[in-house]
Design a protein around this ligand. Sequence first.
Ligand code: BDP
Length: 699
Amino acid sequence: MKAMRTLVRASAMAVTAALLTAPAAAEDGYRLWLRSDAPAEGPIAISRLGDTPTLRLAEAELRRDLPAAANLPVVVALASDPAVSALRLPVAELGNEGYLVRPSSIGGRQVLLITGNTDRGVLYGAFALIRHVASGGQVANATLRSAPKVKLRVLNHWDNLDGTVERGYSGESLWDWWKLPDYRDPRYTDYARANASIGVNGTVLNNVNAKADSLTAPYIAKAAALADVFRPWGIRVYLSARFSAPIEIGGLKTADPRDPAVAAWWKAKADEIYRAIPDFGGFLVKANSEGQPGPRDYGASHADGANMLAAAVKPHGGIVMWRAFVYADTDPEDRAKQAYTEFKPLDGKFADNVLVQVKNGAIDFQPREPFHPLFGAMPKTPLMMEFQITKEYLGQATHLAYLGPLFTEVLEAKTGRGQETVASVVDGESENHQLTGMAGVANIGDDRDWTGGTFNQANWYAFGRLAWDPSLDSAAIAREWAQQTFGTDPRVIGPVVDMMMRSREAVVDYTGPFGLAHLMATGHHYGPGPWVSELQRPEWNPVYYHRADRQGIGFDRTRTGSNAVAQYAPAVAKLYASPRTTPESELLWFHHLPWDYRLKSGETLWDGMVRRYDRGVATVAAMRREWDGLRALVDTERWEKTAAFLAIQEREARWWRDASLSYWQSVNGLPLPAGAAPPEHDLAWYKAQSYPHAPGNPH
Ligand code: BDP
């Protein structure tokens, strides 16, 4: 009996001890990369000079996130504060969003000063210090300075008013339009905080496939409520505008941008929006693309449409982001050429508050695309980069694909005009544009961990960091994200960064190597469908892109084909003109080659393709093993979710490989090279797979 009592007491003590050491809540990913709690031993000395809502947030963030062990008092202050201006620090080059963090002497005391020319700059400085400390740096010797290279750093939410998200794989929309404006979910604040921590300063609330309703008074009031929440975090709201709204909600007979009544309607609409949202950012427009209305419906140009809207927001300081993602069913031209053909002649015709928003590649966010030929081709027009953070074509929510290398590969690409890079076009350096921007199609939803999986958070993070500074290194971003997300233990960080840095290339390998693209299934775009050929518009069919036949595979975009290569500057066009000088990673994007074409490795194209598919699957298997090794070092909930996702990814990588190979074999009749495993099923089986309820599908 006594022994029993002792045992009970002992186990009760064990439970109590466990409770004391366990975190207050399980780590479910909600806190993203901002994982510190208020220091247990009381906050370090933090003082704030000046008082604005944003300065107060900067102070609160430091109190919440800096470790108690920090051994230097911290002062947050505007550079214009007399105590700071007396120091004569080099603050001019910080602009209105940059920050400076450095040990200084204020009022005879040694402190760590966080300053900027605006309170937003100070807030970014506070987050920079938190990032520095969370990735292993010290408070005492922190010396950090940075100013954003890109002015508009904007998320594009493809969120619908009914709560669904087009190409969203993380639950429903974060915006509860129905309960807005009365109920402001605290999550809106957490969203703004996360964005501010990585420098995002704008958000387009609604889908580019827009409904006119979002421009009606009730929805303007709802957007205004969100803008109120976001404002102190330095974030402006923008709206996608449906070009035909004057007809749908304005009672006009036309939306012709040259009609004065249409222009007057938009002007009045802009005035109405600015009364509710004085710092409204402006409009994003998808026009004459995939069934959306636009100026071409009236024989007017994209510049006519953009400039008419630009005039409406101009008196209020607003801008228009006009998308170049256009292609038409009536146009037999290579889809990859159409945006350039349409927009290049308009260079110099856009108003000065218009940015043309260009996707990173000429087709559509594929796992790999050469940079869009418009970059470098419209020197008189600010071109805004559009990346897709949500991984529509890279395995959606469950595949681990860190997009940092995809983003930097495009940004670092040379346009062929001297030393110009895509980044220098986007950040304005190349042509000295002041209005610059980068957009990322958001991967955020109402899932508890925001993005449907821990590693998807890294893509949101990397987008923000690269929008701030497109010259950052993707591995360095992976490392700082991983340290903030999992802690600084090198036994974790090494494998995590390694997995991340291999992941995107693995997706390229198992979905379509050597520059193949657009091979996915129809509608939901989930899984393989290289055989699809019966869709109404030719360029909706994968066969349009790969052009595989008994002799060879690939899209000839040289002079003997569509001549899309001529859209690049001569130095780049020359490289792409020959398969020998085209990077092998982009080979079949530009060339139709025989299956027995000799790769640089000496093997045939076909053997090389099979090897890439196998390499992709093998890399995912290796990533799984690496993650397995971290079981004891990562909190259970996040570890298990990622482990389950990696198992899905490995299965689906095999599916992609096997389905693709069995289809290619049905076309080329070639055997697999020695040692390659035959596909698990026959082609008919792969073709029969159907997923009517896959998420993110537009409806
Ligand atoms: C494609 C998506 C489609 C979007 C379109 C766009 O499949 O849902 O509406 O891009 O960017 O990638 O407008």
